[in-house]
Ligand binder design. Structure first.
Ligand SMILES: Cc1cc2nc3c(=O)[nH]c(=O)nc-3n(C[C@H](O)[C@H](O)[C@H](O)COP(=O)(O)OP(=O)(O)OC[C@H]3O[C@@H](n4cnc5c(N)ncnc54)[C@H](O)[C@@H]3O)c2cc1C
Length: 412
């Protein structure tokens, strides 16, 4: 580490990693390690199965000559002021600060494997292969009533109305973490377009269907119902992607489901100079692209604070006026409709949010491709989102405080 600038190592080039890299470049020598040569705009991946043009927009090569270094981090150590990361293959990178932003892995190939060395062309072929499988299938079964399952089932049915598309979930309703208005809109869309929706059915036997690409399978639910599909997509179960380097963390540094245990300041437990943000951290929040970016900005601010000799601030309180942010998220219903929620009182449905989602893909692909101008525009949007979410969080807090207390039931 002979450079005059100190080094910040970022593990993972997703929404969190890119946000922190853009924020810290200039003040530090930033190295961003990711096994892929490209950024994938994961929220758009379900669209890519139905449109190769969309796939091409979704995968963006990291800028040549930038901070990206292809590799997989398999080990980490730190003495609190300096540390080392070991890459697969044995190379060792020294750092003064690190941000772990290794995200999450997903049960099906909806998301690329987190630690596979992969080039853009190879991922495009994978997406194309899935699109051919969808074309060939007469019946498609999607398991999972969250955002991913709902998007996928709706997009497939809209593009292939003659196929039998079934969406099965264990919850009582689709999109069960969103507002009732959003849930009703999604259910109505499915009814109108002929997607068969089965709620309250938990899969007890996956019929040999493993993690990885979708395949034909015959599943059984806990109620004994048999469900078959020429193609079955498992849209359940995001897990923190920490397995590659988990062996170098102590038991105290690992949180629920293998997440990275962090202090309120996003510092990894026991390591003052190492932070974690986004899907891989133990912070209890809706794991979304938007919050991955914002939490990484909070971690970046804390790295700058430590370097300036100041105290790091607690997340998310430091961003959202001392409050926790309410839910923010958007779900496509086919290619031209969507539901978008920004806090409890702001739910938009229809073509407006669908257009907004497309604009975000367009804009972020420029940010990931290294455009400084679009990077600044996106940063302004993040600031505006913080203002909106803070306002929604305040409303929520005020409503909760104003709600009449529920008296405990008296035994008779
Ligand atoms: C199909 C789908 C649809 C979604 N739709 C939405 C949506 O509409 N809106 C929304 O806000 N969110 C959505 N999400 C969630 C969103 O994609 C995630 O919350 C977001 O990607 C998290 O960003 P991240 O940077 O924390 O992690 P990731 O995006 O997972 O990025 C982590 C990166 O780290 C790399 N990495 C992993 N391990 C290592 C290692 N050991 N060494 C080096 N690099 C490593 C990976 O290759 C990856 O590039 C969706 C998720 C899925 C799967």
């Amino acid at each position: 580490m002979g450079d005059t600038q100190k080094t910040v190592l970022i593990v993972g080039g997703g929404f969190a990693g890119i946000a922190a890299a853009n924020e810290l470049a200039g003040a530090f020598n930033v190295i961003l390690v990711d096994p892929k040569t490209f950024f994938e705009y994961v929220p758009n991946t379900p669209h890519t199965f139905l449109s190769l043009a969309s796939a091409s927009r979704t995968l963006v090569d990291y800028p040549a000559g930038g901070v990206h270094k292809q590799g997989v981090v398999v080990g980490l150590t730190s003495d609190g002021t300096q540390g080392k990361a070991t890459l697969q293959g044995g190379e060792v990178l020294d750092f003064h600060y690190a941000l772990l932003a290794s995200g999450s892995s997903y049960a099906s190939a909806v998301k690329p494997g987190p630690t596979r060395m992969q080039a853009r062309e190879s991922r495009l072929l994978e997406l194309y292969d899935t699109s051919l499988k969808i074309e060939a299938a007469s019946s498609v079964l999607v398991v999972g009533g969250g955002s991913v399952g709902v998007e996928l089932a709706s997009l497939i049915k809209e593009a292939h109305p003659s196929k039998r598309v079934t969406l099965v979930c264990s919850g009582a309703t689709l999109l069960d973490r969103m507002a009732p208005h959003a849930q009703r809109f999604a259910e109505q869309w499915m009814r109108q377009h002929g997607v068969e929706v089965l709620t309250g059915e938990r899969i007890s036997d996956w019929g040999g269907l493993g993690d990885g690409p979708p395949a034909a399978a015959s599943l059984t639910t806990a109620s004994g119902r048999r469900l078959e599909g020429d193609l079955v997509f498992k849209c359940v179960g995001a897990r923190p992607a920490t397995a590659a380097f988990a062996a170098s963390l102590t038991a105290e540094q690992l949180g629920p489901a293998g997440s990275i245990a962090v202090e309120p300041t996003l510092q990894v437990v026991g390591w003052r100079n190492v932070f974690a943000a986004g899907d891989c951290s133990s912070v209890e929040e809706e794991k979304t692209a938007a919050l991955a970016g914002l939490s990484a900005l909070a971690a970046a601010a804390n790295i700058l604070a430590l370097e300036a000799g100041s105290e790091p601030q607690a997340y998310p309180e430091s961003l959202f006026g001392g409050l926790r942010p309410p839910l923010v998220g958007g779900t496509s219903l086919g290619a031209h409709s969507a539901v978008m929620q920004l806090g409890p009182s702001s739910v938009q449905t229809g073509s407006g949010p669908a257009l907004m989602k497309k604009v975000l893909v367009w804009l972020y692909s420029r940010v990931a491709g290294g455009s400084r101008v679009w990077g600044l525009v996106y940063r302004q949007m993040q600031r505006a989102m913080v203002v909106l979410l803070t306002r929604e969080a305040r409303k929520l807090a005020a409503n909760t405080a104003a709600a009449p207390a529920v008296l405990p039931a008296t035994a008779t």
